[in-house]
Design a protein around this ligand. Structure first.
Ligand code: NDP
Ligand code: 8X3
Length: 252
């Protein structure tokens, strides 16, 4: 296995689209997420279509022991990860700070910050052993700006932005590239998850304009990953043409 991409949150949306793109480009894959049935179906599809090797590992990134143990349990050949896409993440709720659910806050903090850290702690050491690697962190426009009722989700993505910068400094002597990509509105399962299965409310988020789709982000991640060895894209913001910033969308 010469090129391996490890993608967290590969059961849906941007992570799943990344799995397709990296398989198309000849990468063997480690795919993670909680929904094992989806991971197994996707692995079979990509193996059949692109003849790449796919390992799946199902765990909840909020669980520190499970995350570390499942990653460490991968056979040695899978430790030669060249690209890590730190994608698993979510938003829960959209309420003013005085009314927010503390459980929702903890879910977002545990997933978007702590989960990303657990995975990065393990995989960055593999990359150091291998003498190369590229970590691509999914931030968000919510990590650059703050919008009404976005409070804690925005805070978690601001943390990803800071961690991205910190990782780049720390891993620099090891020749490991670190990039953050910050999308605006992408129509995935994201809003359904945010609104806890309320499909109608989720759909309304994308009413009246053309949002990004997961493939738009995945192709951009591939662009980032495929630059020459001496080039790193530190930080990239990508939005639908109809969106100017976190709070301004033109609905025609
Ligand atoms: P989706 O809801 O479509 O996909 C989220 C993925 O994250 C799923 O594969 C899910 O897998 C995984 N995930 C969530 N929680 C956990 C957990 N506790 N443990 C393991 N895996 C988990 O959303 P997107 O594809 O849109 O989101 C991907 C990333 O992009 C997130 O970090 C999000 O914050 C970010 N982003 C999204 C934007 C958007 O508008 N959609 C814009 C900017 C950034 P499973 O449920 O099977 O565990
Ligand atoms: C997801 C996009 O605008 O809901 O990060 O924060 S947004």
């Amino acid at each position: 296995m010469s090129k391996i991409a490890l993608i967290t949150g590969a059961t849906a949306g941007i992570g799943e689209a990344c799995a397709h793109v990296f398989a198309r480009e000849g990468y063997d894959l480690v795919l993670t997420g909680r929904r094992l049935d989806r991971l197994e179906k996707l692995a079979k599809h990509l193996n059949d279509k692109y003849n790449v090797e796919v390992a799946v590992s199902s765990f909840d990134v909020r669980n520190r022991e499970d995350t570390i143990n499942n990653l460490e349990a991968l056979p040695a050949e899978w430790r030669k990860v060249t690209v890590l896409v730190n994608n698993a993440g979510l938003s829960q709720g959209l309420d003013p700070i005085q009314k927010g659910s503390i459980d929702d806050w903890e879910t977002m903090i545990d997933t978007n910050i702590k989960g990303l850290l657990y995975v990065s702690r393990v995989v960055s050491n593999w990359m150091i052993e291998n003498g190369k690697g590229h970590i691509i962190n999914l931030g968000s426009i919510a990590g650059k700006e703050v919008y009404a009722n976005g409070n804690v989700y925005c805070a978690t993505k601001h943390a990803v932005d800071a961690l991205n910068k910190g990782m780049r400094i720390d891993l620099l002597p090891h020749g490991i590239k670190v990039t953050a990509i910050h999308p605006g509105a992408v129509e995935t399962e994201f809003s359904e998850v945010r609104f806890k299965g309320d499909k109608e409310r989720a759909k309304k988020v994308y009413d009246g304009f053309k949002p990004l789709v997961a493939e738009d982000v995945a192709e951009t991640i591939w662009f980032i990953a495929s630059r020459p060895a001496h080039v790193n894209i530190n930080d990239l913001v990508i939005m639908p043409t109809a969106q100017a910033n976190a709070g301004t969308i033109f609905r025609g």
